[in-house]
Design a binder for this molecule. Sequence first.
Ligand code: COD
Ligand code: ZN
Ligand code: ZN
Length: 341
Amino acid sequence: MSTAGKMVATGICRSDDHVIAGTIVSPLPVIPGHEAAGIVESIGEGVTTVKPGDKVIPVFNPQCGKCRVCKHPESNFCLKSDLRKSKGTLVDGTTRFTCKGKPIHHLLGTSTFSQYTVVDEISVAKIDPSAPLETVCLISCGFSTGYGSAVKVAKVTKGSTCAVFGLGGVGLSAIIGCKAAGAARIIGVDINKDKFAKAKELGATECISPQDYDKPIHEVLQDMTDGGVDFSFEVIGRLDTMVSALASCHDACGVSVIVGVPPDSQNLSMNPMALLTGRTWKGALFGGFKSKDSIPKLVADFMAKKFPLDPLITNVLPFEKINEGFDLLRSGKSIRTVLTF
Ligand code: COD
Ligand code: ZN
Ligand code: ZN
C-alpha cells in the first residue's frame, strides 16, 4: 500500500538537524527530510486515496484510520507512527532506498531530501491541485505543529492572553494560531531580539527577552498579566523553558503546551503543586491534527487566505544547496529554508 512520488519542494526543519546531530535518534544510514510537497508518480496495489499526478503532502505522523488512536476523536499519535519504535522503515518493515547495494533507512516514513521517495498510503495526503507546493510544504510539519498547538491543542479563546516561548518558524506559527483564535494579547519570548520584528508582523502584541530582566521570566510574565497568561507555549525544546512556560500561565486556570522536543532521554523535575492549583499541562505532535484529514483542510484555509505562510519562508534554494540551508538554520539567520527540485 505504498506510493512513489516526485519531490517538488522540501523545507529544512530543526528536527532534521536533530537527526544529524543525534539528539533525535534514528537508525542509520538514513535519508532525512520530512516537511515537503510533491506529485504522485505511481501507486502500489490497493492504494485508493491518491493516484498518479495528484499533488500531495507527505506526513511524518500518519493516520491509519483504524487504530485506537485514529478512532479517538481528539488524539493523533497513530499506532503506526515510526516515531514510536524508530524502525526507519515503511509499515511493512521494508526500506525502498539503497546505496551501493546496501539498504538506507527512511525517516519517519517520509525521507524528503531526495528527488523521489516512497511512502505508505497512511503517510500522504492529497491536496488542492492549484496550491503552490513550494509554499504549502510548510503545512507538512512546522506550520501545522505551531498553528495546531494554539487552535487545536490549547484551544486558545477569544480575548485571551498568550505567551509563546521561542520565535522560530514553529513559534511564529503558534503566534499565527493565537491570532486566528482571537487572542487579545500575544507575548513573544526569545533571547534573540532579531526575532521580534517578524513576531510582531505576524501578531505578537509585545516581545520580551529573558536577558533583559534580573528576575525569572515567569515572574515577569505574571506581573505583566495579572497573575499569569491564559495560554503558554514552549517552542524551544529545552527543559528549563518548559518549566518556565508552565509557571508563566495562571496557577488556577492557565494552560501550557509543550511543542518543542527535548534532547533524547532527558527528564525534568517540577513541583506537582504547579498542577494541583489548577493548571493544565499538555503536549502534542503535529499540532494535535489528524494528518490525512487536516492537511487538505489546512491547504484550503491557506488558499482562502485564512493565514499566511510566505513570511515564514526566508530562503529558497535549489536542492543542491542543502548544506547552505543547514548553515542558515544553525546560524539562526533563517526562519524556514525551502529547497526546490
Ligand atoms: N529562551 C528563549 N528563547 C530561546 C532560548 C531560551 N533559553 N533558547 C533558544 N531560544 C529561541 C531561539 O533564539 C530561537 O529563536 C527559538 O528559540 C527556536 O527556534 P528555532 O528556529 O531553533 O526552531 P523552530 O521554530 O524551527 O522549531 C523549534 C522546535 C522546538 C519546535 C523544534 O526544534 C522541535 O523540537 N520540533 C519538534 C516538534 C515536533 O512535532 N516534531 C516532530 C517533527 S518535527
Ligand atoms: Zn519537523
Ligand atoms: Zn492509526
